[in-house]
Design a protein around this ligand. Structure first.
Ligand code: GDP
Length: 310
């Protein structure tokens, strides 16, 4: 199995290739400090490189506001190669977000929210596996009681992750199921509870009300819960996911992002757009369909994967 960094690099391979194609040779070339007044970029760079840079950032789905910020910062920072300069500002954007909450309560309660099809259920299974691999006991709750097939799929992954599983009868109240799950985890001394919530789009108002109710109900059972609300976004959707994300943030109090399907897209720059626009930390990347295809996000590794040669 590839290292954790190798897996981030593989997941970002399409995005990196596209950016490099658009930037061509310039990505690794040092700006010539001798002809650059007061640390600013050279005239030649200004004309050719910045157009290419803007083009590459937009194509990678970094989005207009973050692209403008990157181009401006690169213009003002003449130290190192273009790749290094872009990498530095990207890393700043990615880390200029609130820190992830520490695990300080048992059970640590995580709600996983997002629209159906983004990879939410798969992510819940992967997360259960992730915590189990790190020596923590996990209880998974299927609060999405209307998708029998998804629940069956999740049950298989939960078993492989050696986690407990609480599932409700079809049509049961998701908040009540979540409450039961958290209570059970408390009674059994489990370290982590992961709740897979519903993601139907056609009843948006009900969905948001339901998420809000789940939050309130679990807060009654465990202090500070939910400690994490992870919003799952599909990287292949790119910028369009941001509108959705804002709505979920408001209703669910999302405080972290899982960016899935990175392996299938050249739009991996959307991570930068998300951090810049939503001011939320990217917590994990989904880099494939298998149970262990989830890697913790690291801004330094992300930037290296895009701009540093192996
Ligand atoms: P949900 O409807 O949001 O719960 O989505 P699912 O978890 O059922 O996933 C939808 C599809 O996306 C499935 O075919 C998954 O295998 C696939 N998927 C989920 N995460 C990833 C990922 O990180 N990479 C790839 N390539 N596929 C993924």
């Amino acid at each position: 199995m590839a290292s954790w960094f190798g897996r981030i690099r593989d997941g970002l391979a399409k995005t990196a290739r596209q950016i490099r194609e658009r930037l061509g040779e310039t990505v690794g070339i040092e700006a010539d400090a001798s002809v650059r007044p007061a640390g600013r970029a050279t005239g030649v760079e200004r004309i050719e490189t910045f157009d290419a840079l803007e083009d590459a950032m937009i194509a990678a789905d970094v989005g207009l506001p973050a692209t403008a910020k990157i181009v401006e910062a690169v213009r003002d920072d003449g130290r190192g190669s273009l790749g290094e300069r872009v990498g530095r500002v990207m890393q700043r954007i990615l880390t200029d977000v609130p820190a992830a909450p520490a695990i300080s309560t048992r059970p640590h309660v995580i709600l996983v929210v997002g629209v159906n099809g983004t990879g939410k259920t798969t992510t819940v299974g992967k997360l259960a596996n992730f915590y189990h691999s790190n020596g923590q006991s996990v209880l998974v709750c299927a609060a999405d009681t209307f998708r029998a097939a998804a629940v069956e799929q999740l049950a298989i992954w939960v078993e492989r992750a050696q986690a407990d599983f609480i599932r409700a009868q079809s049509g049961a109240d998701p908040a009540a199921v979540s409450f039961d799950a958290v209570a059970a985890a408390k009674a059994r001394g489990r370290d982590v509870v992961i709740v897979d919530t519903a993601g139907r789009l056609h009843t948006r108002t009900n969905l948001m009300a339901e998420l809000d109710k789940i939050r309130r109900v679990v807060a009654r059972e465990v202090e500070g819960a939910p400690h994490e609300v992870l919003l799952v976004l599909d990287a292949t959707v790119g910028q369009n996911g941001l509108v959705q994300a804002r709505e979920f943030m408001a209703a669910s109090g999302a405080n972290g992002i899982v960016l899935t399907k990175l392996d299938g897209t050249a739009k991996g720059g959307v991570a930068v757009a998300i951090a810049h626009e939503l001011k939320l930390p990217i917590r994990y990347l989904g880099v494939g369909e298998a149970i262990d295809d989830l890697v913790p996000f690291d801004a330094g590794a992300y930037v290296d994967a895009l701009f540093t040669d192996k």
